[in-house]
Design a binder for this molecule. Structure first.
Ligand code: BTN
Length: 257
């Protein structure tokens, strides 16, 4: 398989590690100044958002992209959840589908989950670190290709295979994500304009104009998901009719309320 992005990124492949995000953070701590992609066949302690664990199964994709020297984008890092979600969702739309299956409904769930027919397919964990004045961004991406967690999860999950996609290997999924990432991230970096990112994200947003409950880390807020603002905040309309802005958190599944 041709991996055209390999000219710009160092690739590290582990059969097994605790977490590819941890591997990336360790590289950052050692002061590397090159871009890395770290992939693991399996993770013993995969990490998710909100301090949750990410269950990793052989045959799924577990990868992290390490970007050093991100000082030029540090004011706009808040856009990254939307950019990466767009890239992963675009990549999934381009995968081969079995002839007897219809393309599932591919959606993004605020801020950066990817859903297939309302079930979680992929999660993204963004982390930053500064070491010796070098700012690093770690973009951790997990995609359920073969298997997905079925129990003790705060949401329903699914896999590419269950939805009729034909995937030869996790490397194939990684390659398409990286080709798109390299192209779209570089393009965005030039102007760092949120308008196009936002329009694209909203075109596939789950729960738009619907009643949602968001956990912002401290409390649950319920209302109608009205829009994203130009600074990336989620706007919900409260029962009073007032709009309420939320900058970070996650939408809680109705079944968990
Ligand atoms: C989420 O909670 O939705 C985010 C899940 C992110 C999982 C990926 S798997 C590769 C990378 N390494 C980790 O430990 N986590 C991310």
């Amino acid at each position: 398989m041709q991996l055209p992005w390999l000219r710009k990124y160092n690739l590290l492949i582990f059969d097994h590690t605790d977490s590819t995000n941890n591997e990336a953070l360790n590289l950052a701590k050692s002061g590397v100044e090159e871009k890395f992609v770290i992939v693991a066949g399996e993770q013993g302690a995969g990490r998710g958002r909100q301090g949750r664990m990410w269950q990793s199964f052989a045959g799924n994709l577990h990868c992290s992209i390490l970007l050093p020297n991100i000082n030029n984008i540090s004011d706009n890092l808040w856009q990254m959840p939307y950019i990466v979600a767009n890239i992963v969702a675009d990549s999934i739309s381009s995968f081969k589908l079995s002839s007897n299956r219809n393309l599932p409904n591919i959606q993004v769930k605020w801020p950066n989950d990817i859903l297939l027919n309302q079930k979680k397919l992929s999660g993204i964990l963004l982390e930053t670190l500064t070491v010796n004045n070098i700012q690093y961004l770690v973009i951790g991406i997990g995609v359920n290709i073969q298997k997905y967690p079925k129990e003790n999860m705060p949401y329903e999950a699914t896999s590419l295979i269950d939805n009729g996609f034909i995937i030869d290997s996790p490397e194939e999924v990684l390659n398409i994500i990286m080709v798109n990432f390299d192209q779209l991230f570089n393009k965005w970096q030039k102007h760092q304009n949120f308008a196009r990112v936002k329009t694209h994200w909203l075109s596939r947003a789950s729960n738009l104009n619907q009643a949602i409950t968001v956990f912002d880390g401290q409390k649950r807020i319920s209302g109608i998901f009205k829009k994203l603002s130009d600074n990336g905040a989620l706007h919900i309309e409260l029962s009073s009719g007032n709009l309420y802005e939320i900058f970070s958190g996650e939408i809680i599944d109705q079944s968990q309320l």
